[in-house]
Design a protein around this ligand. Structure first.
Ligand code: CP
Ligand code: NVA
Length: 321
């Protein structure tokens, strides 16, 4: 058995087949929360936060404990990293004590640097650029409601609002990896980086998916299987709320927009949500919303991801069977 150190820094760090393995494992954890305990010992997993969190913090802390491990949760204010200790030094210390490092931070370059110096898997728990753990949970939610992981390829997902943020980027890449038709709709000035669109298009060409970037919300919503949105103002941008929210009203997910999608379309939101802004109360609290299952699926998806990463490193396929 030869192990391989793998990281999850962006959604396309795994292939279509690998993403499928992780999601299948997530379905197993949904059925039995103690399906595997790879961190039995217990081994510590560092869970670091440079930004606030409710779901990511609670799901990783709970998940690592359920995997038999010890979640070492450290906030920016309580770490030397927060005082400016180099990421490389932090990585070289944590890697000697823990079995994995999970980090929510600002620039993608920071998680990349953490991974460069780590000898254990590093997981991106949200950067300014990507939120891959959320997309795994969102795909798991579609699998939960639509007949399993095999049902994902060919489905159409549509995201509305800030298409230049971490969620839009992750839907583009993660949806493409899954072989889905990914549509993102937002105003000029808030469309995705063409380099990410190009990456998503290249992946979609291999998996049978497709990518549509548009300023027309109706075009994006038409006959979609799942509708997504996210806050118009991401963490760190709060001071810009009044200015930033102006161009987004046309992209609000409301009953009219939902009516354009398939009649049984699901609604998902990574949360936290701002009712009356990016989504109306009637939608997020309505019959098509699956946001609480989506939040729960963070737990199952991340346990699956950690188990998969540890399985890769140990060269132990048994963890995946
Ligand atoms: N969706 C999400 O990542 O939520 P938190 O910011 O609460 O972790
Ligand atoms: N785009 C949001 C996602 C929160 C989970 C943010 O970065 O604040």
């Amino acid at each position: 058995m030869t192990g391989q150190l793998r990281h999850m820094l962006r959604d396309d760090d795994v292939t279509h087949e690998e993403q499928k393995q992780i999601l299948e494992l997530g379905m197993k954890f949904r059925e039995n929360r103690y399906y595997h305990r790879p961190f039995e010992g217990p081994q510590a997993v560092a869970v670091l936060f440079d930004k606030p969190s409710t779901r990511t913090r609670s799901s990783f802390a709970t998940g690592v404990a359920e995997l038999g491990g010890y979640p070492l949760v450290i906030d920016k204010s309580g770490s030397q990293l927060g005082r400016g200790e180099p990421v490389a030094d932090t990585s070289r210390v944590l890697t000697r004590m823990t079995s994995a490092i999970v980090w929510r931070t600002f620039g993608q370059d920071r998680v990349e640097q953490m991974a460069r110096y780590a000898t254990v898997p590093v997981v991106n728990a949200l950067t300014d650029e990507f939120h891959p753990c959320q997309i795994l949970a969102d795909l798991l939610t579609i699998a939960q409601f639509r007949g399993g992981v095999d049902a994902l390829p060919g489905k159409t997902i549509a995201y509305f609002g800030d298409c230049a943020n971490n969620m839009a980027n992750s839907y583009l890449l993660g949806g493409a990896v899954a072989g889905m038709h990914v549509r993102v709709a937002g105003p000029y000035g808030y469309l995705p980086d063409p380099r990410i669109v190009a990456d998503a298009e290249r992946i979609a060409a291999q998996t049978g998916g497709s990518i549509l970037v548009t300023t027309d919300p109706r075009e994006a919503a038409k006959d979609a299987d799942c509708i997504f949105t996210d806050t118009w103002v991401s963490m760190g941008e709060e001071a810009e709320y009044a200015v930033r929210s102006k161009p987004f009203w046309e992209y609000q997910v409301n009953d009219e927009l939902m009516a354009l999608a398939k009649p049984d379309a699901l609604f998902q939101h990574c949360l936290p949500a701002y009712r009356g802004k990016e989504v109306t109360e009637s939608v997020i609290d309505g019959p098509q919303s699956v946001v609480w299952d989506e939040a729960e699926n963070r737990l199952h998806a991340q346990k699956a991801l950690l188990t998969w990463l540890i399985g890769q490193q140990r060269g132990d396929d048994g963890l995946l069977s």
